[in-house]
Design a protein around this ligand. Structure first.
Ligand SMILES: *[C@@H]1O[C@H](CO)[C@@H](O)[C@H](O)[C@H]1NC(C)=O
Length: 150
């Protein structure tokens, strides 16, 4: 078993467990999470362990929700029976950036990293494809660096 195999498996593990999601400030983003079907309790938490959304019996429950996410989170009720516990976060703020987890008791934890970009384009100007390419390269670079250092 040589070193490159270890890197290869580390990389596989990372792309399997950490998903990068990127969004512009003010836009909406879907945070994907697929678990088993018919789970009774699924919890979405942020980096400070604050509750983003609870999904109980396939329905959103906002009783424990951190006020920071009030009225900004919706789930996809018709998808939960298929094990799709993805949520939509609207009106994204810079403070929303960071890691999120989606988990159910005694099940694997789905981890996700949200990157929030502040638009640098002037009003009326669309974002150029070139910049999008640059960003993708940057994100891939980060992912690679992350793989190599941890
Ligand atoms: C889960 O549902 C969302 C919203 O309908 C959809 O965008 C996403 O593709 C679904 N994910 C899977 C794995 O089916």
């Amino acid at each position: 078993m040589n070193v490159s195999w270890i890197f290869f498996f580390t990389f596989l593990l990372l792309i399997h467990t950490v998903l990068l999601q990127s969004v512009l400030v003010g836009e909406s983003v879907i945070l994907p999470c697929t678990l088993e079907q018919n789970l009774q309790e699924v919890y979405w938490k942020d980096k400070d362990n604050g509750v983003v959304c609870d999904i109980l019996d396939g329905k959103a429950d906002f009783n424990e929700q951190d006020p920071a996410y009030k009225d900004r989170v919706t789930i996809f009720p018709s998808e939960t029976k298929n094990g799709n516990f993805s949520i939509m976060l609207r009106n994204v703020k810079e403070s929303d950036a960071g890691p999120y987890t989606c988990s159910a008791p005694n099940r694997k934890i789905v981890k996700l990293e949200l990157t929030v970009k502040v638009s640098q384009t002037t009003p009326g100007n669309g974002e150029s494809p070139r910049r999008a390419d640059g960003l993708l390269t940057f994100l891939l670079g980060c992912a690679l660096l992350y793989t190599l250092t941890f």
